[in-house]
Write a protein that binds this ligand. Structure first.
Ligand code: SAM
Length: 244
């Protein structure tokens, strides 16, 4: 049977005994029904991945002991040959959730939602922190499922002119009318991918991207939904330049 895999945002070390946070303890004991002596995997990007054994299960508490190191932190870097910052027009609830989940599975390094001219969603200031936590949870669960060690960073939403992207070697804006082509190969393995919301990018935003050194790239003759476009593009980028 496949072992449960759990992300722990706390220092991990061989022989450490850890009392799991309440939410994880509840999930493991009441949903997955783990019991004393059952094994599981725990991981984070700082210390890597460990085989652990449940040492005790009480009403709302589960303790585990880490007994074998499976992967080290350097394996996180090996897993991500390509560093990809996805900048995505903010869209309605479940579309954004889908995009966060699938792009995490496809190895995105950072995600920044953006407000655009034709985007319909605006988050009130007091909702932003909650939304970020919600997306972070989706990303964590995608890492747990996909065997990924590092959880992508999810930044607070910005408007297009607020984006500061000088550190990226390659910048691609996805736009159905685009005429630039992706290069055959890339030497510097870091890039940024800009994807529009349901309503697409405005002419001003496309001009902004051009003047900020973005290539304007079309993915084919069909218009993809805002949550499909990053999935298709990330699969292409991983295949051409990354780990597939
Ligand atoms: N009405 C919009 C238009 O015609 O541009 C459609 C926007 S589409 C639903 C949402 C976003 O997905 C676009 O802004 C673009 O970033 C990306 N996208 C969808 N289909 C694409 C394609 N064939 N080529 C490149 N990007 C695409």
């Amino acid at each position: 049977m496949r072992l449960s895999r759990v992300y722990l945002d706390s220092p991990l070390a061989l022989s450490a005994v850890i009392s799991l946070p309440k939410e994880i303890a509840h999930y493991l004991s009441n949903v997955l029904r783990l019991r004393a002596d059952d094994e599981l995997l725990v991981f984070n990007s700082e210390q890597g991945e460990f085989l652990a054994r449940v040492t005790s299960v009480a009403k709302r508490a589960v303790d585990i002991e880490l007994f074998e190191k499976i992967r080290g932190a350097h394996d996180a870097a090996k897993q991500n040959a390509l560093s990809i910052h996805l900048i995505l027009g903010l869209s309605r609830g479940d579309r954004m959730d889908f995009a966060v989940q699938k792009s995490t599975e496809l190895g995105v390094t950072e995600i920044t939602p953006i407000y655009t001219e034709y985007g319909e969603v605006r988050l009130k200031a007091d909702r932003i922190e909650k939304k970020l936590q919600h997306w972070q949870k989706i990303a964590i669960s995608a890492c747990e499922q996909s065997g990924r060690l590092d959880v992508p960073a999810i930044h607070k939403p910005l408007s297009v002119p607020e984006l500061s992207l000088c550190e990226h070697a390659h910048k691609w804006m996805l736009e159905p009318s685009g005429s630039d082509a992706l290069p055959q190969s890339i030497a510097e393995k870091n890039c940024v991918l800009l994807v529009g919301p349901e309503g697409g990018f405005s002419a001003d935003e496309i001009d902004w991207a051009r003047s900020n050194d973005f290539q304007i790239v079309a993915l084919g003759s069909r218009i993809l939904r805002t949550e499909t476009a990053p999935v298709a593009a990330l699969a292409i980028l991983q295949h051409k330049y990354g780990d597939m």
